[in-house]
Design a binder for this molecule. Structure first.
Ligand SMILES: Nc1ncnc2c1ncn2[C@@H]1O[C@H](COP(=O)(O)OP(=O)(O)OP(=O)(O)O)[C@@H](O)[C@H]1O
Ligand SMILES: [Mg+2]
Length: 179
């Protein structure tokens, strides 16, 4: 079957309800676009939004520590109430992923990892076309390298479900099904 034809078919991505959903991918992989298309605004905890709230600037990397502290508080508050919570950050560090999984485990909430595993050139071309902010190419290259590690280690981390996108065309045809 031709590649293009295969992607035209809708694919179901099953997400337990509630769930902790970790979006994993470099800048430009389409995490925020995917989150906005499939989840409600209050379900999405984004590192950009948290940076905006603590620094008035979504791109202020100096605010990251404070932003992630606040994000963790929000995540804990939602998961304690067993509400589906999507973490819209690169989530490329195993230690950070582990902290989120531990919060979900504390409240018995299933975990879902969604990986955006594309070529570096795809992340770069997405970033080149974006209107919201510029991400340096060396930063994205470093993230792409860490993404390769994440693709290898995430299956060993014990998620309830894992979904890997290998091509941006797959993202366009996916349907999120809450179970
Ligand atoms: N599947 C896709 N196909 C084509 N373009 C896409 C796709 N997903 C996202 N884009 C475009 O790529 C750009 C970056 O997308 P998005 O902001 O969702 O990335 P991100 O992973 O959230 O990045 P960051 O980590 O920097 O926040 C946007 O301009 C968006 O419109
Ligand atoms: Mg984003």
């Amino acid at each position: 079957m031709a590649r293009r034809e295969r992607y035209r078919r809708s694919v179901n991505l099953v997400v337990p309800d509630p769930a902790l959903v970790l979006l994993i991918g470099p800048s430009g992989s389409g995490k925020s676009t995917f989150a906005a298309a499939h989840f409600g605004p209050t379900e999405i905890l984004s590192s950009d939004w948290m940076r905006s709230m603590v620094a008035d600037d979504a791109a202020d990397q100096d605010a990251s520590t404070e932003a992630f502290r606040v994000l963790a508080i929000f995540a804990n508050g939602r998961l304690k109430r067993r509400l589906t919570t999507v973490i819209d950050a690169t989530n490329l560090r195993g230690a950070n992923r582990k902290k989120f999984r531990q919060v979900a485990a504390r409240y018995g909430v299933p975990t879902v990892a969604i990986l955006f595993d594309f070529a570096l050139s795809t992340y770069a071309s997405h970033n080149a076309g974006r209107a919201d902010r510029v991400v340096e190419s060396d930063v994205v290259a470093d993230q792409a390298s860490r993404m390769r590690d994440a693709v290898a280690t995430v299956p060993l981390e014990g998620y309830t479900r894992i979904h890997v996108f290998h091509d941006p065309g797959e993202v366009a045809v996916v349907s999120v099904v809450r179970s």
